[in-house]
Design a protein around this ligand. Structure first.
Ligand SMILES: [Zn+2]
Length: 292
């Protein structure tokens, strides 16, 4: 299934007109001043493969704080309506989590956090517009049901204090390439890794439950089998589909090195693709520059 090239003039969720800028990180979050970092610059990079099949990395230092990134792909009706309602519900929960108060995340609270993380993941994909892997139908389904759509999985954890990944988004997208079609931008699987001070989110999605890798024992791994391996289970907890009545506390915060490992998980798996389904991975990242 291919992802149609998004039309810049219409809303990524409802296809409506009347675009407004949606701040990637909500404004209420920047006012929290959760950590000192450079307000004057941030960096973005993406890896890519050109039509000759050469792997390239484009890195850009950008002026302005990462908090100033605005994505103009959401209409005012969505932005001021259901999206604003999710922000309103998520804000007190996230403020508590950032303050280290983690007790009693009930299934209702888990749903709100899953809604918030799904919304951010869907908006953040448009940082690299030709790397969008969530389908218009999945975005519309989310808007209409207010639940993460099918084939979306989310995890939550804590991030070690003082690390390098504050206000960071790391996005990997997979496109299927075959010998007769060695170049493709039909991305259908993605992972998004979010660092927000002491808070960590990891999300993956696929447009369909497709085979993604051949395992050592020659069995085929499907998207629905994909999850962080056992090393991660006490560290990142599954938020969606819900697994816990009350979310336990992670055993410990994850480190900078672990952040990178998880951020690159799907690109590592895609190096052993299932037969006939070679995948190309492209990574991109937007990151606040830390103050020295
Ligand atoms: Zn809209």
């Amino acid at each position: 299934m291919s992802t149609p090239t998004p039309d810049k003039r219409t809303c990524m969720f409802c296809d409506g007109r009347g675009m407004t800028g949606e701040h990637l990180w909500p404004l209420w979050m920047s006012r929290l001043e959760v950590r000192n970092y450079d307000k004057n610059s941030h960096s973005q990079w993406l890896s890519d493969i050109n039509e000759e099949g050469t792997f390239i990395i484009k890195q850009q230092a950008r002026l302005g704080s990462i908090e100033d990134i605005v994505i103009k792909r959401v209409c005012s009706t969505c932005n001021n309506g259901w999206m604003s309602a999710i922000q309103g519900k998520a804000k007190p929960l996230i403020i508590n989590l950032l303050a280290g108060k983690r007790d009693g995340l009930t299934s209702d609270s888990q749903l709100v956090l899953a809604q918030w993380a799904t919304m951010l993941m869907m908006v953040a994909e448009f940082l690299a517009k030709d790397r969008v892997a969530i389908s218009p139908a999945q975005r519309r389904d989310f808007m209409e049901t207010q639940r993460p759509p099918e084939n979306v999985k989310l995890w939550i954890g804590n991030l070690a204090a003082g690390g390098q990944h504050h206000l960071e988004i790391y996005h990997s997208a997979l496109a299927k390439i075959t010998p007769d079609k060695p170049f493709s931008r039909d991305h259908t699987i993605q992972s998004t890794t979010l660092g927000l001070d002491g808070l960590f989110f990891y999300g993956i999605s696929s447009q369909e439950n497709v085979p993604i890798a051949k395992l050592d024992d020659s069995s085929i791994m499907y998207f629905s089998d994909l999850k962080p391996n056992t090393h991660w289970w006490p560290l990142v907890l599954q938020l969606w589909p819900p697994q816990h009545e009350v979310l336990p506390t992670p055993e410990r915060p994850i480190t900078d090195a672990e952040f990178k490992q998880l951020a690159k998980m799907i690109s590592e798996i895609s190096r052993t693709p299932s037969p006939g389904a070679t995948v190309f991975v492209g990574d991109d990242q937007a990151k606040g520059a830390n103050t020295p």
